[in-house]
Design a protein around this ligand. Sequence first.
Ligand code: PLP
Length: 332
Amino acid sequence: MSFNLYDIPKINLCLLPTPIVALNRLSDYLEGPQIYMKRDDLTGVAFGGNKNRKLEYLLADALQKNADTVITEGAIYSNHCLQTAACTSKLGINCELVLSGIEPSEITGNFLLFKILEIPLYIVNNSSDRKNYMREREKKLILKGKKPYIIPTGGSNALGALGYINCILEIKNQIKQSNIEFNYFVHAAGSSGTQAGLLIGKKLFYPEINIISISAGIDASYLETETVRIVKEFQSKFNVNQDLSRIPTKIVTGYEGPGYGLPSKEMVETVKLVAQLEGVFLDPVYNGKAMVGIIDMIKSGNFSENEKILFLHSGGGPSIFNYNQAFCKQIP
Ligand SMILES: Cc1ncc(COP(=O)(O)O)c(C=O)c1O
């Protein structure tokens, strides 16, 4: 039997389908192609976001393996960690987070939400220390008779990628109902799971759509290598007839400003523009920067007026509150 998405165990955690909305005022302002937004900031658990889709498959696997404690990792304000903590809370499974960075002196954003959920936090200095620490926690939990389940950073593996294959099928269904065909689907890239899922989904179900993946400031060659790794893992884990080995994995860079997580003048202006024209808040780390990218590409004449661009709003809302300085004062 060949690959059938609907045969793979999944738990319903998200409010799906997420809406697709036309950004008419932004499109008019830019005098370019029509821009639409896929509202994955409205996936439902916690403050929404793309990780909830991945977790529908990852946590189904954890439950199938009778896991009682999920361990995952991320940066100190990680969106993935928040969504994992909230989804495991909803399912009544324990969760532990291994976070890298410095414990914030002012508790805000996702860090505040971890505290509200009362999730055990283990803070290490560097992101490179997280994996070993997760293994140590795994060993300790096993010694205590627990059944831990490790989810990698960003939920980015073959199982997590299923979430965005499902999203591609969801968009195809929405197109059938609305009769709007999209030429491009734009998203922010951080740990490659979303890109891998979208590219596999395109190859298997929606070849006409062009995927534009914009780095949030992570090295493009690292992201491309990660996407290739996830796609390979996917090919060997699931019985896919098509050869996925030649899927092109281009990452667009140049819109990250001073670096990952660091505010830029362009990001601040863009987040304000979209909020003021559309009433939608983009996060400063991922979607704000991806929107800087797509607006620059539109202004550079890369698209014609009759083309349609679908922009993925992948969540991350609470992180806006970590950037009050950037939004309230002028960045040089
Ligand atoms: C809000 C948000 N958008 C986009 C991404 C990128 O997704 P991925 O890690 O699957 O590349 C992340 C996480 O990295 C995120 O938290």
